[in-house]
Structure formats: structure tokens, C-alpha cells
Design a protein around this ligand. Structure first.
Ligand code: C5P
Length: 220
């Protein structure tokens, strides 16, 4: 990576799913592979950044020279990000955070209750990127928006609502993103709308990092 566009900058990147415990052996999770977040970490390091990767449970090797913090739940991810962001210039939220968690976690493995069903009450998780953005107003924050319809409209609204500098939107309506090696995205800022062609997640990550660096340098 010739440009070293992020030389001297410190990034915190979230990646992968979160797991919300139901009991000691069960959880609510999702199919996020973490590939995009790990590719962003690798691309940022290639561009000269110092990277802390806050990772949910994934089956991926740590990118060379990244500092990796493994977490399980959304609340664990938020507290890890909170600590790491005191020393950061840029925060990229790429994780697929569970929106809800069980209100209580059973101490023991839940037993099957005769023939009746089971209801698990859920409560909302904190929004990590919105919380971090609010708490660290001078931190440059970047979010992702996986949308199935009205991609641009929803992503633009999300960028404003969560107070993000940039949002990277992708259309996941066709099942072609989760766990796959390819991705095509749109980078949206206050005066930016950049449609990237479909490419490998690493190439998309390199382009995103390059564009992000340009935007960051332009405004700082
Ligand atoms: O609202 P939605 O989940 O579509 O927003 C996606 C963006 O918000 C991603 O950047 C994701 O990492 C972040 N997010 C978060 N904490 C949550 C939910 C989403 O940081 N609880």
C-alpha cells in the first residue's frame, strides 16, 4: 500500500457478531463472519495506522500488528470500545451488534418445560457507535449500514441519527454479502456519495480506508 494515508493515526475497529447469553450454554447470535472488519483492520495497518480490533466471536486470524480484544456481548463490546477510544483518532463500527439481549441470564441450563412453549423476554442493547460518537465528539466516527431496500435513504438517515462522519452502505437484499468474500458499497458523507464497484472485501476495505483517510485529512 504505497500511500500510507493513515500514518500516525490510531484506529479502533469493531468486527463480527455479538453473542447474548440465554443460559450457560445458549446464546442469541447472528451470521456475521467478521471478514469486512478484519479486512479494514488489515488495510488500515497497511496504510500506516495503529489498530485496535474489538472482535466478537469469529474464526479469523488476527491481522499482523493489530491489537485484538475479544468480546462476546454488545455490552462487553461497548466497554472495550469505550476504553480504547480514549486513545483513538478514528472509530469504525463494522460489527453486527445484537439489537436485543435476554433480560435475565439463567444460572443453569434451561430445562424443557413439558409440551408448552418458551418465552424469552428481550431488552434493547446500547447502540455502540452512537454512544461512542456522542461521548467522544472529536473522534472521527464511521458506521456501516446493511440495508435490504431504500439503501441510500436509510443510510443517510442513519448517518445523521447516529452522528457519524461517514457511513458505508451496502445492499444485503440478495444474500450476497454475509460470509462472502465480495462486497460492493457506497461511501456517504455530508458532501460525499461514492459508489464503489464490487470487489473482494480486502479491495473494498483498501478503497474505503483510502477514501476515509482523504476525508479525515480534508477535515482535520
Ligand atoms: O442501526 P443499524 O444496526 O443498522 O446500524 C448499523 C451500524 O451501527 C453499524 O456501524 C453497526 O456496527 C453499528 N451498531 C452499533 N451498536 C448497535 C447496533 C449497531 O455500533 N447496537
Amino acid at each position: 500500500f504505497p500511500s500510507r494515508a493513515l500514518e500516525g493515526l490510531r484506529l479502533v475497529i469493531t468486527a463480527g457478531p455479538t453473542r447474548e447469553a440465554i443460559d450457560p450454554v445458549r446464546f442469541i447470535g447472528n451470521h456475521s463472519s467478521g471478514k469486512m472488519g478484519f479486512a479494514l483492520a488489515r488495510a488500515a495497518i497497511e496504510a500506516g495506522a495503529t489498530v485496535t480490533l474489538v472482535a466478537g466471536p469469529v474464526h479469523l486470524d488476527t491481522p499482523e500488528r493489530a491489537t485484538r480484544i475479544d468480546v462476546e456481548s454488545a455490552r462487553d463490546m461497548l466497554s472495550a470500545c469505550h476504553s480504547a477510544c480514549h486513545q483513538a483518532d478514528i472509530f469504525i463500527a463494522c460489527a453486527a451488534v445484537a439489537d436485543y439481549r435476554p433480560v435475565t441470564v439463567a444460572d443453569h441450563k434451561l430445562k424443557k418445560q413439558g409440551d408448552s412453549g418458551l418465552t424469552i423476554e428481550l431488552t434493547q442493547n446500547p447502540d455502540i457507535v452512537a454512544t461512542i460518537s456522542k461521548e467522544f465528539p472529536s473522534l472521527y466516527t464511521v458506521g456501516f449500514a446493511a440495508e435490504t431496500q431504500h439503501v441510500l435513504e436509510h443510510a443517510r438517515e442513519k448517518r445523521i441519527r447516529k452522528q457519524l462522519d461517514l457511513i458505508i452502505a451496502n445492499d444485503v437484499g440478495n444474500d450476497a454479502v454475509f460470509g462472502q468474500d465480495h462486497n460492493s458499497v457506497i461511501i456517504i458523507g455530508s458532501e460525499l456519495e461514492l459508489h464503489l464497484p464490487e470487489a473482494s472485501k480486502l479491495d473494498v476495505a483498501r478503497t474505503c480506508i483510502n477514501e476515509l483517510a482523504k476525508e479525515y485529512r480534508r477535515t482535520h
